[in-house]
Design a protein around this ligand. Structure first.
Ligand code: NAD
Length: 504
């Protein structure tokens, strides 16, 4: 079934990197082992950071548009190897084929964005209060960027960070999820090809701009604690962010946190229920509920609640669960047994809280006994409490009822997480109220589309326990640079600011 080794070899990953190590890699599709990767020691992490730092010292002086050329070349390699890398994503993370391809497309898109950005890293000029003075700001490279990523976007999250970090003049050290190290090694191999081409083109030795250090949390901790890692960009659970944030703050490093979500869709009385049903279905059950932006809650107006639930139930039962590499499959496996157990625990909790639960049983156990497939679940809840307040990384959709929009918005906001949110309505007042200051408190607030599947052009991230970071588009690049304010005196006097006198 799985041909990970052939794909890895097609993607130029030496077999020595993916065999013989202590970190076993399994495909969630059938539970088969597909690799055994070396786990980096602390000394190896330190050495990677030292090499990245040395590369940064030279890279920061390369003109930004030239840095963009490297990212352009990397984007070309991604285009040429899209099918292979996407299939490896499907095999290692269990995504259906179109989502694996979508993940690599996202990498290509962010490369394109970063290439343009490499000519747009601009600061402001600011009016000075002093005569004969000019004030401006510049954005400079920040240093080594440590990237810690989650299993569910095994390569795109790195690309969001790395493409921007590199054009901004930084180097990167990547600690991928211990569940998905193979796609990381494949991505690094593609990047090294682009780097070799770039160096040849520029007539220079290839700078060691990108490193992968594989392993579990301690490998991440070595990155987090290292004083030469200027920015730690960490994507994963809120539990991880709670551990990482204070450690980085302790040494006054910078942190960009992209953590868990508990995303809701409000469905208003005027909503187009066809659109809403489709948006909710993909949001809740796509990627088997394993997206940070997965729709976990629907808050439906009492007037359309029953109709919406019956449409969702009909559609839910038609979703084809199966091998994600097969045409027609819409729901692939959960990443592992731990994820399945967490799903069952949440469903038990929902029942105990008076919820009416459908679906949620194990699927395909006979065909794939070592893999963990689950029927998507729907739980009609009497109230928003207990399990509904938590992010369970599985296809469970909680449905709640509301009467007044203010109450729906209050419910939507009354969870600890603040990543993505949406409203389906054809009432412009409701749509605007939802997006206003007193509306959704999330980093993403959509109208008539679902909570998941963001485009790279916007800034991506969320508030509260989601961590507050922003990645990808808009001005998210500023997180990867340091700002200097420069005041230049071109007069022959030396006036002090605020009119202070200090003459002898
Ligand atoms: P996880 O928190 O278990 O692991 C994420 C990464 O953090 C892994 O590389 C892991 O090894 C590392 N890690 C864990 N503890 C650490 C520590 N103490 N110090 C340093 N590194 C540590 O998350 P996961 O199960 O891989 O992914 C699912 C979670 O990620 C969900 O909560 C999901 O919402 C979140 N996520 C968020 C976003 C976003 O952009 N907001 C995107 C994808 C996933």
């Amino acid at each position: 079934m799985t041909h990970a080794s052939q794909l890895l070899s097609a993607l130029n990953v030496p077999a020595s990197q993916t065999t013989g190590g202590s970190l076993q890699v399994r495909s969630p599709i059938d539970g088969a082992q597909i690799g055994a990767v070396h786990e980096a020691t602390k000394q190896e992490v330190d050495a990677a950071i030292a090499r990245a730092h040395e590369a940064f010292l030279a890279w920061r002086n390369v003109p930004a548009p030239k840095r963009g050329e490297l990212v352009r070349l990397f984007g070309m390699h991604l285009r040429q190897n899209k099918a292979e890398l996407a299939r490896l994503v499907s095999i290692e993370a269990g995504k259906i084929t179109s989502e694996g391809e979508g993940e690599v497309q996202e990498m290509i898109d962010i490369c394109d964005f970063a290439v343009g950005l490499s000519r747009q890293l601009y600061g402001l000029t600011i009016a000075s209060e002093r005569p004969g003075h000019r004030m401006m700001e510049q954005w400079h490279p920040i240093g080594v960027v440590g990237i810690i990523s989650a299993f569910n976007f095994p390569v795109a999250v790195w690309a969001w960070n790395a493409a921007l970090a590199l054009v901004c003049g930084n180097s990167v050290v990547w600690k991928p999820s211990e569940k998905t190290p193979l796609t990381a090694l494949a991505t690094q191999a593609l990047f090294e090809r682009a780097l070799a081409e770039f160096s040849q083109q520029q007539g220079m030795a290839a700078p060691a701009l990108s490193h992968v250090v594989n392993g579990k949390a301690p490998v991440g901790e070595a990155l987090v604690d290292h004083p030469s890692v200027a920015l730690v960009s960490a994507t994963g659970s809120t539990r991880m962010g709670r551990a990482v944030g204070p450690r980085v703050a302790q040494r006054f490093g910078r942190c960009l946190l992209e953590l868990g979500g508990n995303n809701a869709i409000i469905v208003a009385p005027t909503a187009d229920l066809d659109l809403a049903t489709r948006g909710i279905l993909f949001g809740a059950y796509g990627t088997a509920g394993q997206r940070c932006t997965t729709t976990r809650r629907v808050i439906a107006h009492a007037s359309i609640h029953d109709e919406l639930v019956s449409r969702l139930e009909r559609a839910r039962k038609q979703l084809r669960i199966g091998n994600p590499l097969e045409n027609g499959t819409l729901v692939g496996p959960l990443i592992d047994k731990g994820a399945f157990d967490a799903m069952q625990k949440a469903l038990r909790g929902a029942r105990e809280q008076g919820g009416k639960v459908t679906g949620g049983d194990r699927a395909l156990e006979a065909q794939m006994p070592q893999a963990w497939y689950a029927e998507p679940a729907l739980a009609q809840m009497p109230a928003q409490s207990g399990v509904v307040l938590e992010e369970t990384f599985a296809p469970i959709l909680y449905v709640l009822k509301y009467e007044k929009l203010d109450d729906a918005i209050a419910l939507q906001n009354a969870v600890p997480q603040g990543l993505s949110s949406a409203i389906f309505t054809n009432d412009v007042r409701e749509a605007e109220a939802f997006m206003a200051a007193s509306g959704s408190d999330c980093g993403i607030a959509n109208v008539n589309i679902g909570t998941s599947g963001a485009e790279i052009g916007g800034a991506f991230g969320g508030e509260k326990e989601t961590g507050g970071g922003r990645e990808s588009g808009s001005d998210a690049w500023k997180a990867y640079m340091r700002r200097t304010t420069n005041t230049v005196n071109y007069s022959s006097a030396l006036p002090l600011a605020q009119g202070v006198k200090f003459d002898v």
